[in-house]
Design a binder for this molecule. Structure first.
Ligand code: GLN
Length: 525
């Protein structure tokens, strides 16, 4: 197993995750089988209980793992499916160590960070990478070098460095090269951050320098000199118009050759799939506009996978998808504003929790339904579509979800087996679940099959008591998992498709998610 450890310095938010994913991609393009691990130094066990406000999107894996959004980047860049053990957090590590201590596994010894916690970390890294069957494992250490929280993890990879063969573990450090007021590229922050890394016993093999503009040869030489790496190991990662161009940029900088040399491996078979896709993306000259009506509208990070899925579908159709994130609460304050949705080619309502902003979303869905504007509803976006239909077509004016209100008509409800919600994260339906599709439905056409497998993250369901009534009026449940409704569509509408699952998590560049693809196609017409 070859390990590439990616650390970050200077400050957070440099795009370490994209760098790690891109490194994986350029090596995948050389024929290697790649996997990736994200280390999150926080004490949470997983990202499931974290607010998208604070932490960005909670990404959902096939096994139901609720993980850091970087795992979404890995899956998309590498076209792989990961499992929850690929996101290691401090919380998980300590929980295991404490459980072992209580069981007496440490035979009366004093349990310490070194070696007990570090051993647990190393064991996890090795086990997960081996189990994946990959040849190269990219390990991204979250946080910035120098943070107290990341110390045990950096110490663990330091130990791994002395335990593994020299050519089996290498270090890539991501830093920032800022411009001063004269526009000069400054290397001091990089120097300091590498110094910090060295004080922990780690020497980078390559330095990825994030910069607004291409890093100059001079700047590279200076970094090389001060940080003790060859100049070709300093890579310019300047801002690019799209994250998917980053691997191409790194390849041009010669990073894959350098890494292969360090790891003493030779390229197997070169793939141009990514290049072709980038060319296709670069040649796009059409644009459509989609209104995404949500709650965290001002925070793009909260819905990364939806943005990406729209983009994947757009590349396939040869059009740029410009998504405007609209705050649904604004429609609640000024209902007449809803008319502004007319200028959009499509309307999307994403998943969400809690009552805030839901009435505004319902207004947007009504507008899409009545004006024959393509609609894509995801999870809560399906539940609200059912509520809207029940209220405005069936005339059940107080139809609602029991998550959102106390009502005589919970058309969306907890199923009896769901029980009462006791502990956060314990009661959701998570990850891959199958759905049977009704033959001849839009759903079965999109998926080209009579079944599908998609990822879920929800508690509430369409209430079986109302299904007959709703279907009689023209909304059809065309995807089912036993008594659970997975898809609601309206035949005859230009495009009205909503799902209880989250198709955005399985969308990949070059392999767009079927509902997104059809939605973008409909919006283009
Ligand atoms: N809040 C809804 C539920 O729990 C929808 C969840 C979601 O959109 N992810 O069922």
């Amino acid at each position: 197993m070859k390990y590439i450890i990616v650390t970050g310095g200077v400050m957070s938010g440099l795009g370490k995750g994209i760098t790690a994913a891109s490194i994986g991609r350029i090596l995948k393009n050389k024929g290697f089988n790649i996997t990736a691990i994200k280390i999150d130094p926080y004490i949470n066990i997983d990202a499931g209980t974290m607010s998208p406000y604070q932490h960005g999107e909670v990404f959902v894996l096939k096994d139901g793992g609720e993980v850091d959004l970087d795992l979404g980047n890995y899956e998309r860049f590498l076209d792989i499916e990961l499992t929850r053990e690929h996101n290691i957090t401090t919380g998980q590590v300590y929980q295991t160590v404490i459980d072992k201590e209580r069981r007496g596994d440490y035979l009366g010894k004093t349990v310490q960070i070194i070696p007990h916690v570090t051993n647990e970390i190393k064991e996890r890294i090795r086990k997960v990478s081996k189990k994946s069957g990959a040849e190269i494992c990219i390990i991204e250490v979250g946080g910035t070098v120098g943070d107290i929280e990341s110390m045990p993890f950096l110490e663990s990879v330091r130990q791994m460095h002395s335990e593994e063969k020299e050519e089996d573990i290498i270090f890539v450090h991501v830093t920032l090269v800022p411009l001063d007021t004269q526009g000069e590229q400054k290397t001091k922050p990089t120097q300091h951050s590498v110094k910090e890394l060295r004080s922990l016993g780690l020497q980078p093999d390559a330095i990825v320098a994030r910069c607004k503009e291409p890093v100059l040869l001079d700047t590279k030489s200076k970094i090389a000199l001060f940080c003790d790496v060859p100049a070709r190991a300093v890579v310019s990662a300047h801002d690019s118009s799209d994250i998917y161009y980053v691997p191409t940029l790194m390849e041009k900088e010669g990073l894959s050759d350098y890494l292969m040399q360090k790891l003493k491996i030779k390229e197997k078979e070169v793939s141009y799939v990514w290049d072709t896709l980038m060319k296709k993306m670069a040649s796009i000259d059409r644009e459509i506009r989609i209104a995404v009506v949500g709650k965290y509208a001002h925070l793009g990070d909260s819905y990364i996978s939806i943005n990406e899925a729209l983009k994947h579908a757009g590349i396939e159709c040869g059009c740029r998808v410009k998504a405007d994130w609209l705050d649904s609460e604004e429609f609640e304050k000024n209902p007449s504003d809803i008319d502004m949705l007319r200028k959009y080619n499509g309307i999307l309502v994403p998943g969400g929790f809690g009552v805030r902003g839901t009435e505004g979303k319902i207004l947007a869905i009504k507008f899409a339904r009545e004006n024959n504007i393509p609609y894509l509803g995801l999870c809560l976006g399906m539940q609200l579509a059912v509520i809207e239909f029940a209220r405005n077509v069936l005339g059940i004016t107080d139809a609602n979800s029991s998550e959102l209100a106390t009502t005589k008509h919970p058309v969306i409800d907890l199923l009896p087996e769901q029980g009462k919600v006791k502990n956060m994260g314990g009661t959701m339906r998570l990850g891959n679940c199958e759905a049977e599709l009704v033959e001849g439905s839009l759903a079965s056409k999109l998926y080209g099959s009579t079944t599908l497998m998609e990822r879920h993250r929800h508690r509430y369901e369409v209430n079986p008591k109302y299904i007959k009534q709703i279907e009689a009026k023209g909304m059809k449940f065309t995807g089912k998992n036993e008594h659970r409704m997975e898809i609601a569509e309206i035949p005859g509408h230009k495009f009205f498709f909503s799902s209880q699952f989250h198709p955005e998590f399985k969308s990949r560049p070059g392999k767009p998610s079927p509902p997104f693809l059809a939605f973008v196609r409909a919006a283009m017409q």
